[in-house]
Design a protein around this ligand. Structure first.
Ligand SMILES: NC(=O)c1ccc[n+]([C@@H]2O[C@H](COP(=O)([O-])OP(=O)(O)OC[C@H]3O[C@@H](n4cnc5c(N)ncnc54)[C@H](O)[C@@H]3O)[C@@H](O)[C@H]2O)c1
Length: 464
């Protein structure tokens, strides 16, 4: 019902820059310029969110560099290797500048971003104090929360409503109010809140109509993250899901995303252990080395670790982490090499480590004539330091997608798989997990948008 009245249209005529794709594919890749401020809305103002926002401010003030961000530091090769054309990504496609970003967020705790960042313990106090005034000014809006979905935490800063539709309306009010007060011309939402308990798609998730009925009837299968996503998409705002929850990975959200031209992507930021897995597994497959077992364990002591100590939330994360090998190694095509893999993932809450996770992998491989070998990976990483540049890139690329006539009506932005452990794809399509395929896919999408030739690495022309 509400959908028809609130449909958001963004088709523009005046300022659209039209390019013709040299890949021979579709003309009309119009991209509107990134004019005005871009509002970033973050459900969950914890370790990742505060490390991201504090980082952006520190970079704006010249206190640090945007290490790990493809949009800020990456380049993109154009044309032949002999042409020497490798502009920065941010100079090649029209992205919002860091100075144009404005922020808001929601959390069940009342701490402002300075307090939340201090509690998260990721960034040094001296850095936080340099940007204290800015961070203190970002205060959490009241959250939509359901303790049944995140069992290990509870907080006071929570909305009350007569049903889930009412809560969605309150979030939509927040969004409109933020847009007005911040003066943002465009908005993006990135879910950085806790991992919700594992659920499977159910009847209420199957269409917009079923979902709206479910909201009105308080259907228990509608998770808080879905209410945020619904509110964003109803306002025509793109939504990225940084956690492994279902959230936008259901038919109702796909329908809404397409209808309101609000791009979606997810799930679960690809940061530490899975990043390594999606680098190593493609190497084994490329060299036809067999795999008999991969045991992955993690110790971490932040609030995320505490939430993941609950079996329901852990199951959501486990599913997200386990799919990777199956899709990369394709055991059905290579039964002798990958037909019998023992793959185990563990996450253990260990408070002394805080956000500094240790991800440890034991990998049993076999080579020529079946002789076994072992590889050990011990990644002493910093979870939120790895996640923050991903959040930045997602914000800027989702906003680009929203301004692109070719991308904004597609729903799922599969070209952003690069950033996710469990990439969303069109129904029936298996996800690409290999980091290098993902990277090529992303860069080729940018080339395509700008009418540049796609790079296939064939290279025969150099030998003509
Ligand atoms: N850091 C990484 O490397 C990484 C990688 C992949 C995914 N993730 C995911 O990103 C999310 C954030 O991670 P983090 O380390 O910042 O966790 P965190 O626990 O520090 O922060 C999450 C915040 O979300 C809040 N929250 C929970 N439910 C909420 C709701 N319904 N509405 C608003 N706020 C809510 C919590 O109070 C908390 O402040 C987690 O789901 C995590 O699994 C993190």
């Amino acid at each position: 019902m509400a959908i028809k009245q609130k449909r958001v249209t963004t088709k523009k005529t005046a300022t659209v820059e039209l390019t013709k794709s040299a890949s021979g594919n579709s003309a009309g890749s119009g991209i509107e310029p990134a004019k005005g401020k871009l509002g970033v809305m973050i459900p969950g103002m914890g370790a990742v969110a505060t490390t991201f926002v504090a980082g952006v401010e520190a970079i704006r003030k010249g206190l640090a560099k945007p290490i790990g961000s493809l949009t800020q530091m990456g380049t993109i090769r154009l044309g032949k290797r002999t042409e020497g054309r490798s502009p920065k990504v941010k100079e090649f496609v029209p992205l919002a500048g860091l100075n144009d970003l404005v922020f808001t967020g929601w959390d069940i705790f009342e701490d402002n971003m300075y307090e939340a960042a201090s509690n998260a313990g990721v960034l040094d106090r001296y850095l936080l104090d340099e940007i204290k005034t800015f961070l203190s000014s970002i205060k959490p809006r009241k959250a939509v929360f359901d303790h049944n979905y995140v069992k290990r935490i509870d907080g006071p800063n929570v909305k009350k409503g007569k049903n889930k539709m009412d809560l969605a309306e309150q979030l939509r009010d927040d969004i409109r109010q933020f847009k007005k007060s911040s003066g943002a011309s465009r908005l993006v939402t990135v879910w950085c809140a806790s991992t919700e308990t594992f659920i499977e798609p159910s009847a209420a998730h199957q269409s917009i109509r079923a979902f709206e009925n479910g909201l009105a009837k308080n259907d228990e299968n509608i998770a808080p993250s879905m209410i945020y996503a619904y509110a964003s998409l109803m306002e025509g705002v793109p939504f990225a899901n940084g956690a492994p929850n279902l959230t936008v990975d259901i038919p109702a959200m796909l329908e809404l995303s397409k209808q309101n031209e609000a791009p979606i992507c997810g799930k679960d930021f690809k940061t530490g252990q899975t990043l390594m897995k999606t680098v190593l597994a493609p190497a084994f497959k490329a060299r036809l080395l067999g795999l008999s077992g991969w045991y992955s364990t993690n110790i971490l002591g932040n609030r995320d670790g505490e939430v993941l100590d609950d079996p329901g939330s852990f199951k959501t994360k486990e599913e997200s982490k386990l799919g990777v090998l199956e899709h990369i190694l394709q055991p059905a095509i290579y039964p002798e090499l990958y037909g019998n893999i023992f793959h185990k993932v563990r996450i253990n809450y260990y408070p002394p480590r805080g956000d500094n996770k240790e991800g440890w992998d034991n990998i049993d491989i076999f080579g020529w004539l079946g002789y076994p070998m072992q590889i050990k990976v011990d990644f002493l990483c910093r979870d939120s330091i790895l996640a923050a540049p991903i959040v930045l890139d997602l914000v800027l690329f989702l906003d680009l997608a929203k301004r692109s006539a070719e991308l904004r009506g597609l729903g799922i932005q599969e070209w952003m798989s690069f950033y996710f452990k469990s990439p969303m794809t069109a129904p029936g399509l298996y996800p690409e997990h290999d980091l290098f395929i993902q990277s090529m896919k992303l860069k080729n999408t940018l080339r395509h948008l700008k009418g540049e030739e796609l790079i296939t690495h064939l290279g025969l022309e150099y030998y003509d």
